[in-house]
Ligand binder design. Structure first.
Ligand code: NDP
Length: 282
């Protein structure tokens, strides 16, 4: 009971940063959001716009980005530009950061959010897909970070990494995806230590999300599970606040915090629960 009470207090403390968020701090902020043509990235673009930020958005589909950028201007963005980029291509990550820094005259936030499509299915042995997905979901994040860091150091800026409960806990049907998210946790966790030890005024926020109701996620899990999905717009706002208040790690919704905390306590029961929460007949 004492441990449970302590965990609840810790959770409340972990969430208390919500009160410290000052919307005004984002007015005029120079922000690059990846994967912003749809889903959580698109919603983040709209929130940053409403806060009066200067935004660059990127993804592959130029026609969709154009519409998102137009809506951002309507919502109050000081600037909203788009740059198409394919993160499976090893030269585009650097090109996109360069575009953002030149267009904005610097950078305050690098928000890494994009993911490449990956099947929701048992692994079929396709190593090439894993290699490709590692470039899109992981290595391109490193390339963009490497290009952006000198500029973020000048502004005391932040890197915001959108990750998942699947970067903390193993579940079926998502082998390649979960591998990329675990990689992000490992790499950016190390970077947090190194930036702090070098006394660099750049923060890294890792966001751990549960199931969110984006079209792509809903299409994938259809028929497999009836787990509750949380609104993309709330997830997006949560991520922005976590970045703006320079959190190390942030959880949305709250169950992801408890899941991370207790995941190794009863491994047998955990795995039984996970395997029984999907509809699957071999
Ligand atoms: P979506 O599938 O809705 O959006 C993915 C975005 O990435 C799109 O803008 C897409 O645009 C872009 N993208 C895809 N491939 C590439 C590529 N090769 N190069 C550049 N951009 C690309 O994803 P969500 O909004 O659902 O997820 C956003 C983030 O949240 C991800 O990091 C995901 O892991 C995380 N998350 C989501 C959860 C959920 O349940 N939805 C749960 C936990 C974490 P385009 O096709 O135009 O390139």
């Amino acid at each position: 009971a004492k441990i449970l009470a302590l965990s609840v207090v810790t959770a409340i403390m972990a969430y208390s940063w919500r009160d410290t968020f000052v919307a005004e701090s984002l007015r005029g902020a120079k922000v690059l959001v990846t994967g912003a043509s749809t889903g959580i990235g698109e919603q983040m673009a709209y929130h940053y716009a409403s806060f009066g930020a200067q935004i660059i958005i990127t993804a592959r589909r130029e026609n969709v980005l154009k519409k998102v950028a137009e809506k951002c201007l309507e919502l109050g963005a000081q600037k909203a530009l788009y740059v198409p980029g394919d993160m499976s291509n090893t030269t585009d990550p650097e090109k996109v950061v360069k575009f953002a820094v030149e267009a904005l005259g610097g950078l305050d936030y690098l928000v890494l959010n994009h993911i490449g499509p990956s099947p929701f299915a048992m692994w079929d042995g396709d190593v090439e897909h894993v290699r490709w997905l590692m470039q899109v979901n992981f290595l391109s994040y490193l390339q963009m970070t490497s290009s952006a860091l000198p500029h973020l150091e000048k502004t005391g800026g932040s890197i915001v990494v959108v990750s998942s409960m699947l970067g903390k806990m193993c579940t079926p049907f998502v082998g390649p995806y979960t591998a990329t998210k675990f990689s992000l946790s490992g790499f950016f966790g190390t970077l947090q230590h190194e930036l702090a030890m070098q006394r660099k005024n750049v923060t890294v926020t890792i966001c751990v999300l549960g199931l969110i109701d984006t079209q792509s996620a809903m299409d994938k899990i259809k028929g497999y599970t009836s787990m509750k999905a949380y609104p993309a717009t709330d997830a997006a706002l949560h991520i922005i606040k976590a970045g703006a208040t320079r959190q190390r790690e942030s959880f949305y919704p709250l169950y992801t915090y408890f899941g991370s905390l207790f995941r190794d306590w009863f491994p047998f029961l955990r795995d039984l629960f996970i395997q029984n929460s999907y509809n699957y007949e071999p």
